[in-house]
Write a protein that binds this ligand. Sequence first.
Ligand code: ARG
Length: 460
Amino acid sequence: MKLWGGRFAEGASELLERFNNSLPFDWRLWEEDIEGSIAHGTMLAEVGILTADEGERLVEALQEIREEIHKGERKFDFSVEDIHTQIEIWLVEKCGDLGKKLHTARSRNDQVALDLRLYTKKSLKKIGELLKELVKTLAELGRDNAGTIAPGYTHLQKAQPISYGHQLLAYAEMFLRDLDRLQDAYKRCDVLPLGSGALAGVPYKIDRERTKELLGFGSVSRNSIDAVSDRDFVCDCLYACSMIMVHLSRLAEELVIYSSFEFGFIELSDRYSTGSSIMPQKKNPDVPELIRGKTGRVCGDLLGLLVTLKGLPLAYNKDMQEDKEAFFDAVDTTQICLEIITPVLQTMKIKGDKMAEAAETGYLNATDLADFLVQKGVPFRSAHEIVGKVVQLGIEQGLEITEIPLEKLQAISPLIDREVLEKLGAKECVARRDVYGGTAEIQVASAAEAVLEALAEAEF
Ligand code: ARG
């Protein structure tokens, strides 16, 4: 059964059906489609386009269909064109001709826009919940590791000592921004498109405000052409997912590197690691690797949709049916990645001793020595040059700055003394960065609390 057979003398080819049908993927909108239909039917009866009795019978039938799908009693027939057609077929089975009245003052164009908005709103909330769990975990780990000394890197070369908690909280900040992005996307998604009809609005005295209320939308769309053409809200959601994935991927990369034998800063728990079929000794970080890999997919989903939308004339075009697979894929992928990263972090072993040890070698205190010379009146650029010579000597002799004999250091600069050398431990270097936003333990501890507070205030 088609919703549009009337003007056709011949039936559609089987190939057309396979090509055109979206039920194989848009069946996932079934709950939203029914929810929207219940609200539409209720409103039609309230304004007198249907009788009260008709409205009640339609709503009851839709509720039954919902129950039956839930219980597994109704199976989708994938030869049917799309989810809207499938639900209508079932409705007509139950209510006869009355079922055919529900599509009064509605088009599939505003119906699909509605279903998708309802689904997007739910997805944004679900992703938001998972994101909050992750930020909470990172904030707690950050707080607990505020005093854990670790090497900090730029260009993946040892740079300056930091608190490992500070590094974990850097990710918490990224994901807090992502939460903000989700909330922002939610606001723009929270607009009712139903009542826009095919593109021009509908010639019935419907009550769109009432439908909005019934479905819990924040506002009603102002332009019917825009309302059926607009998939910005899907793009917004996919952009937010892409950013989350990019952040997850950077974190994942760090977990891969830090769990390698050469770094040995963390160890992932056995429950979230995998082995090799040939090398018995292996313990592989497949979870972070998969997260890194799936990031490409989600970014691809966003790009695919943007390119699909580019150049479409107003209003609805069938190209827009291509939004769904990318959308579902991005949302599913982001959700499972968020779901799994949190317990991976909660169960990993942080090897503070190894980190602290690594922070003592590789001249991470060179900047601090330069800063001491600055305190003694040397211009920073000259101090930089002097310490450069010290590091060069250290590399030649295989010694850290503090291991080089004092006379040799003083031959480079007489301003270097024993007192200065005693203050070049990684711990002291970290403690000195006691500036708001810096890596000193006390700053990190209070930043962790601030993240937890921001989380408690977040809308969802
Ligand atoms: N299956 C379609 C989609 O997902 C529903 C809208 C169809 N509208 C139409 N005029 N063909 O986009």
